[in-house]
Design a protein around this ligand. Structure first.
Ligand code: NAD
Length: 426
């Protein structure tokens, strides 16, 4: 494992140290064997690469790329690729750890991985982005493959990038290898409903949480931070599946608030034309900052952008009844305790946003069999897995009298620990 250690893109919090703290808390509750605990505390493998890429002006720019294969005891590692200017190895380690717990909590036969490139996609032309994506695969291809490690889209990556990567990998192998990557377009082995799967899974969690808490979702108010893949579908599906009123949305530039409800489709159209939802005030909404959005008095709050946005500083001001963590790592451990004591019902990230990896797993299965399912089949199978996982976590939290995050860790860690133990690794 490499020595370097650095900070999360969003703050002074070290995200990987946070995942270790969370694991330690669950290990204590589970009275986990110390050797198993030690194995689960660190990534099994990681690769760091240097990527020289020719820019459109003829110059060469050098980028740093990473891939972490955290744990593959239950199956091939699986996890997204982020293209973020402040990407760090510790963020990737943390996200790879969460992928391990995520695949285990929804009980799919995969381990956890994550990767990324430190780059600003907004400063790259399409052809530069393509050359960078292909360069990443030329370096990382040797540790990827449907039976080894399967990437997917994450922040600032998309189906086009997945397609360039799948194509480069197929060229390296000498045959089509659609199953090397998920989140591909439908025309090239993608799964139906993959685009909105992360938010869809989150909506099924919220539906079940609302039932457990006796909250009516029809007309419930919902605020969403972030309007990318997770956030924009949370808005449209929140309205469609839950009947919620979307009262606030935001992106990196700022947000808007309207107690009478924001039309998610018009907001998206506005963002497409103007680059942000920040000025979407034509239908009566007023501007709101990202910080104010988090503290609104709403039934459902869905942080769907970056990590570490709910900390000890603002956790006491969160008024939402359900905190649906579509983003990875939006809440720090100290904030968790404050929210739990204030009665906020948190649906932890690796359960709330697991819909994406569940449908990615379905995509891998469909690629392997070259047999494709329709919307209804994908939706029903997703709903079943997420609902089962939600109730396993909710039940464990009640039994152990712990917060939902520790309960989710207990469910997931037990499964991975059993695989590690049976394989004789510890
Ligand atoms: P995306 O790149 O599609 O969108 C990110 C959004 O966050 C954009 O709207 C951006 O403007 C906004 N944003 C960036 N900085 C912000 C800030 N400081 N304040 C408010 N908004 C800000 O990314 P995504 O795929 O939607 O991922 C968002 C989160 O969801 C990440 O934490 C990611 O790890 C998690 N997630 C995504 C998926 C998936 O399938 N896309 C799956 C699981 C988890």
């Amino acid at each position: 494992m490499a020595e370097e250690s650095s900070q999360s893109p969003n703050s002074s919090f070290n995200l990987f140290a946070i995942t270790q703290t969370q694991l330690d808390a669950a290990a204590e509750v589970l009275e986990l064997d110390p050797a198993l605990h030690a194995v689960l505390r660190e990534p099994l493998r990681e690769m760091h690469v240097t990527l020289p890429v020719r820019m459109d002006d003829g110059s060469i720019k050098v980028f740093k790329g990473y891939r972490v294969q955290y744990n593959d005891a239950r199956g091939a590692t699986k996890g997204g690729l982020r293209f973020h200017p402040n990407e760090t190895i510790d963020t990737i380690r943390a996200l790879a750890a969460w992928m391990t717990w995520k695949c285990a909590v929804v009980d799919i036969p995969l381990g956890g991985g994550k990767g990324g490139i430190a780059c600003n996609t907004k400063e790259l032309s399409s052809s530069e982005l393509e050359r960078l994506s292909r360069a990443y695969i030329r370096q990382m291809g040797r540790i990827l493959g449907p039976e080894m490690d399967v990437p997917a889209p994450d922040m600032y990556t998309n189906p086009q990038i997945m397609t360039w990567m799948m194509d480069e990998y197929s060229v390296m192998r000498g045959h089509n290898e659609f199953g090397v990557i998920t989140g591909k377009p439908l025309a090239l082995g993608g799964s139906r409903l993959r685009n909105d799967a992360t938010a869809r899974g989150g909506m099924y969690c919220i539906r079940e949480a609302a039932k457990a808490l006796g909250i009516e979702t029809q007309g419930a108010t919902m605020a969403i931070q972030g309007y990318g893949n997770a956030g924009q579908y949370a808005a449209s599906l929140g309205q469609k599946i839950l009947g919620a009123t979307i009262v606030a949305i935001s992106d990196s530039q700022g947000g808007v608030y309207d107690p009478d409800g924001i039309n998610p489709y018009w907001a998206l159209e506005h963002k497409r034309k103007n680059g942000s939802v920040k000025d979407f005030t034509a239908t009566g909404a007023t501007p709101i900052s990202n910080q104010e959005l988090l503290e609104l008095d709403v039934d459902i709050l869905a942080p769907s952008a970056l990590e570490n946005v709910i900390t000890a500083r603002n956790a006491g001001n969160i008024k939402a009844r359900i905190l649906a963590e579509l983003a990875n790592g939006p809440t720090t451990p100290q904030a968790d305790d404050i929210l739990y004591n204030h009665g906020v019902y948190t649906i932890p990230d690796f359960l709330c946003n697991a819909g994406g990896v569940v449908v990615s797993y379905f995509e891998m299965v469909q690629n392997a069999y070259d047999y494709y399912w329709d919307d209804q089949v994908v939706d029903e199978r997703l709903d079943t897995r997420i609902t089962q996982a939600f109730h396993a976590v909710h039940k464990r939290a009640q039994e152990l009298n712990v917060n939902n995050r520790i309960a989710a860790y207990c469910v997931a860690v037990e499964r991975v620990a059993e695989a590690v133990r049976l394989r004789g690794w510890a």
